[in-house]
Design a protein around this ligand. Structure first.
Ligand code: PBG
Length: 344
């Protein structure tokens, strides 16, 4: 008896000819292809990261990320307005403070760059979804994601001291008007600490998008140039995840869900689509994938050489992230991709 032609153990030209199965029939025209497309990208699922620096500082391009700028607070309406106009779902704000210190004081300063930017954007466009990155690395002089202490003769990030700083930062972002706070420091218990602090301050309706499975990745290089946040010594492997670990990613995600995360994230995206898929299958809440700075830089570099078709590669990559199971995609290409999707 012939097995049914749709089964996974089937395939091959001979069987196809015998059964009359010809997958090419549904690929023949654009209309047919559109009709059976399994994954559809939409601009609302894209999140646009914006780097904000103090007002009055000149607009600065990020060298390793062509097309990406550091925006002075008084001009943050420009990129955010583009996001709104093209139908991008949300903006994600990163702060580049005027000064850095050991405890990252700029992070929870009510007059900090991110707090100012959120207030400004929400005053102009209350409907704009504003997400804020909650971490200390952009604000500490040593560039680590938390408060340091000496242990066994070496410096390390003090997990529980850092939690207080992250919680205060999240509350200050909520007070400024953020819809979603996104803790990215990979401290144990960071979601619980932030959730409890938000609730205690009356911000029970502010959501948490947790950078749950954030890997210690070399793909963050250009971001660290943009934010001046490269660690002054050592690396982040004692808090960010080992790129070799997928089961551990599920554990991190489960912990964040238990602690009250509303959205979980996998980061980076392209090299970690297996993790995105695994998280999607294990969890019911929205999953975000962060298409990080190094992924952006690689596309831009190859496109500049004329080695790849930029638009096609960007849309193919974003589609792959959605196909793997990402409901939300954070990408520096968000505004452009939204324009392309609109053009069709
Ligand atoms: C802050 C943070 C980083 C990124 C997002 N949030 C940098 C890091 O962990 O070193 C990276 C984003 C990117 O590379 O696009 N901790």
């Amino acid at each position: 008896v012939e097995p049914a032609p749709g089964r996974r153990d089937m395939g091959g030209a001979v069987v196809g000819r015998e059964t009359g199965v010809r997958p090419r029939r549904l690929r023949r025209t654009p209309g047919l292809r559109a009709m059976v497309r399994e994954t559809r990208l939409s601009s609302e699922q894209l999140i646009y990261p914006i780097f904000v620096q103090p007002a009055g500082v000149a607009l600065q391009p990020v060298e390793s990320m062509p097309g990406v700028m550091r925006w002075p607070v008084d001009r943050v309406d420009e990129p955010a307005g583009e996001a709104l106009e093209t139908g991008v779902g949300a903006v994600l704000l990163f702060g580049i403070p005027p000064a850095k210190d050991a405890r990252g004081s700029g992070a929870d300063d009510p007059e900090g760059v991110v707090q100012q930017a959120v207030r400004r954007l929400k005053a102009r466009w209350p409907e704009l979804v504003v997400v804020t990155d909650v971490c200390l690395c952009e604000y500490t002089e040593h560039g680590h994601c938390g408060i340091l202490r000496e242990r066994r003769g070496t410096m390390e990030v003090d997990n529980d001291k850092t939690l207080e700083r992250l919680a205060a930062t999240a509350v200050s972002h909520a007070e400024a008007g953020a819809d979603i706070v996104a803790p990215s420091s990979m401290m144990d218990d960071q979601v619980r600490a932030i959730r409890q602090a938000l609730d205690a301050a009356g911000w029970e309706d502010v959501a948490v998008m947790a950078y749950s499975a954030k890997f210690a990745s070399a793909f963050y290089g250009p971001f660290r140039e943009a934010a001046g946040s490269a660690p002054a010594f050592g690396d982040r492997r004692a808090y960010q995840m080992d790129p070799a670990n997928a089961r551990e990613a599920l554990r991190e995600v489960a912990l964040d869900v238990a602690q009250g995360a509303d959205i979980v994230m996998v980061k980076p995206a392209l090299a970690y689509l297996d993790v995105v898929r695994a998280v999607r299958e294990a969890m019911a809440l929205p999953v975000a994938a962060y298409n990080v700075s190094g992924e952006y830089a690689m596309v831009e570099a190859a496109a500049r050489q004329g080695w790849i078709d930029r638009r096609a590669v960007v849309l193919e990559s974003l589609t792959a992230m959605a196909r793997a199971g990402a409901d939300l995609i954070i990408t520096y290409h968000a505004v452009e991709a939204a324009r392309w999707l609109r053009e069709g």
